[in-house]
Design a protein around this ligand. Structure first.
Ligand code: FAD
Ligand code: SF4
Length: 329
């Protein structure tokens, strides 16, 4: 690993100043992703800025009943927080399923949302693909079994690696971003970006001199939510497909629905087709099956990942049944 400097700011302002001090500078949370990239020579910063002492690491209740989550909070703390468990169970569930206990004790919310892709070509120094400034995507005709089935007509076929991103989009979270010109609020659904030739080297709208500081979740109201991840046996690896659903009920039928898919696209992938299949319907097995079928409308498998279409349906159906409190058979 290349030698690097280390800065320990104690507030947001000093952290932003440190990011702008010159050379290649990266913020570091738990280091679970960044240190691995540095060891593999994928990223060679001159300076690391430790954000754990500079950013908020707690959950704060908002007057209207919502919550604000500090970006330096550890995943384990998020997964066990009583208010998160009560109000936003899909967030707690996603956090609880990340990797292993060691990763959850070390990884932070900000680091999880900003982790870089797991595409195996991206993770190998020798493969200089579009994402690393090269002129091709090796996954297009290569080993693409864990790649995208939606949003894959751009230059990169990655799936977004963050498990938290999906429930945050489903609950309509806002991300607070701070930079040299102050703070701005970005809807979670607009934070993550689909790859184009202009944007392929990044996965989100964050500038190099900006930090994600908080995630805000407004009071959810009387919603039912479910989160289901399809994983390889009991592995600690990333899920192969997953879904979060958030449903508002009107009497016995679904009044409004948000269905967001994970590990199937370069961004958390909202499915309006599945949402339409739910609205106005009673919550039962038949509705869940119809919504699961609708969720894969427009899916376009690559050469090695057609199996993902079926497991995406499974994830959507089981997330809906979980929200409904119906046991999957
Ligand atoms: C075996 C294994 C299994 C895993 N399984 C999963 C899984 O199922 N689901 C999942 O979601 N993840 C999974 N992960 C990834 C892991 O959860 C992330 O690497 C971890 O959450 C990153 O958090 P961190 O604080 O350690 O980030 P860091 O490594 O410190 O940072 C990650 C990136 O975010 C940037 N960054 C950090 N904090 C901020 C901030 N506040 N603002 C802006 N940028 C910031 C850093 O510069 C860096 O580029 C797995 C990892 C391993 C090794
Ligand atoms: S999918 Fe993206 S990260 Fe992977 S090889 Fe293609 S361009 Fe690179």
């Amino acid at each position: 690993m290349k030698a690097f400097g280390y800065v320990n700011p104690t507030n947001e302002k000093d952290a932003i100043a440190a990011l702008r001090a010159g050379g290649i500078v990266r913020p570091i949370g738990g280091g679970q992703d960044l240190l691995a990239r540095m060891k593999d020579y994928l990223d060679q910063p001159d300076t690391l800025v430790n954000v754990k002492g500079a950013l908020d690491a707690k959950v704060t209740a908002l007057p209207g009943g919502g919550l604000t989550i500090g970006a330096a909070m550890k995943l384990v703390d998020l997964s066990e927080h009583p208010q998160v468990l009560k109000l936003f169970p899909a967030v707690a569930d996603a956090a609880a399923r990340v990797g292993s206990p060691q990763i959850r004790h070390q990884g932070t919310v900000g680091g999880n949302l900003n982790q870089r892709p797991r595409c195996w070509y991206f993770r190998q120094e020798e493969f200089v693909c579009f994402k690393k400034g090269g002129n091709r995507c090796f996954a297009t005709d290569g080993e693409n079994q864990y790649h995208s089935i939606f949003g894959n007509d751009g230059p990169s076929k990655i799936v977004h690696p963050s498990s938290l991103a999906v429930p945050f989009v489903a609950y309509g979270a806002m991300f607070r971003v701070v930079g040299p010109n102050g703070a701005r609020e970005v809807p979670a659904a607009e934070y993550f970006t689909l790859p184009s030739m202009q944007t392929v080297r990044k996965e989100n709208v964050l500038g190099d001199d900006e930090l994600l500081t908080h995630v805000t979740l407004q009071a959810p109201g009387a919603v039912k939510s479910g989160h289901y991840e399809v994983r390889f046996k009991e592995s600690r690896d990333w899920p192969m497909a997953f879904a979060t659903v958030v449903l508002s009920m009107t009497g016995g039928t679904v009044g409004a629905a948000r269905v967001v898919l994970g590990a199937v696209a370069p961004i958390p992938w909202r499915s309006p087709e599945a949402e339409r299949a739910l609205v106005g319907k009673p919550l039962n097995d038949a509705t869940a099956s119809a919504a699961a079928e609708a969720a894969v409308t427009g899916a376009r498998a690559l050469s090695g990942n057609a199996y993902k279409i079926q497991i995406t349906k499974t994830a959507v159906k089981r997330a809906i049944l979980q929200a409904a409190g119906i046991k999957a058979v």
